[in-house]
Design a protein around this ligand. Structure first.
Ligand SMILES: [Zn+2]
Length: 225
């Protein structure tokens, strides 16, 4: 292990410089760590949603891809998971619970202006647990929180990211993808006039445009009686 202590600065620290073990995964589009983690489950309205987080290693790689873990942290967490597979499985389930609470919170807020106190409690609990294990490290331009390598770190970082978004982030710019297919990806709309509708053009925007074009053509066709 390169470094016994793990430091995390800001909401999204430098991305892990490791080979990507999942080149098939979609690019992160959330613009905020906790939203990208919420987007790891796609098609929640379907009978069998597409869950990208099947193992603890998937969770680590997904968060690293979203810029939430450094390469050293990835290596340390994967080593811990290899030493304690049961603990890693348990922690994956807990992280998924936080992920789903994060999704419901920001999706509810973006689409209906509502949140569920039970979901906020799940996020708050993990955030508080993370802070109890964190150490404040002086630095410039800002101090940082540091943690010893710990299987729970990923969940703590996701919860912290959600609390930061809720308390100090661009909350009014959090949106859900407008796709009728219902990818339900969440993102922070950083467009100048706040007009972004899709998670990405490649994933949903182009499909929607193609559908609109087909509908316009159909509407122009004379109706046969
Ligand atoms: Zn979408």
């Amino acid at each position: 292990m390169a470094d016994a202590t793990t430091q995390v600065a800001g909401t999204t620290s430098e991305a892990a410089a490791l080979p990507d073990p999942h080149p098939d995964w979609p690019e992160p589009v959330g613009g905020w760590l906790c939203l990208d983690v919420a987007n790891s489950l796609e098609g929640r309205h379907k009978d069998v949603p597409d869950d990208r987080l099947r193992t603890y290693a998937d969770l680590v790689h997904w968060v690293a891809r979203a810029g939430g873990l450094t390469a050293d942290q990835v290596a340390a967490l994967l080593a811990l998971a290899a030493d304690d597979p049961n603990g890693a499985r348990r922690e994956l389930r807990r992280a998924a619970d936080v992920r789903d609470a994060v999704f419901r919170t920001f999706h509810g807020l973006a689409t209906a202006g509502r949140t569920d106190p039970a979901d906020l409690a799940v996020v708050q609990e993990s955030h508080a647990e993370g802070l109890r294990h964190a150490r404040l490290v002086p630095g410039a331009p800002t101090f940082t929180w540091a943690w010893e390598p710990d299987l729970r770190l990923v969940r703590w970082l996701v919860a912290r990211s959600a609390v930061e978004l809720a308390t100090a982030g661009p909350l009014a710019r959090v949106k859900a993808c407008a796709s009728e297919e219902g990818c339900q990806y969440l993102f922070v709309d950083t467009s100048k006039n706040g007009s972004r509708r899709w998670c990405s053009m490649a994933h949903c925007g182009n499909q929607a445009k193609a559908r609109a074009l087909t509908e316009r053509r159909r509407a122009r066709r004379p109706t046969a009686r």
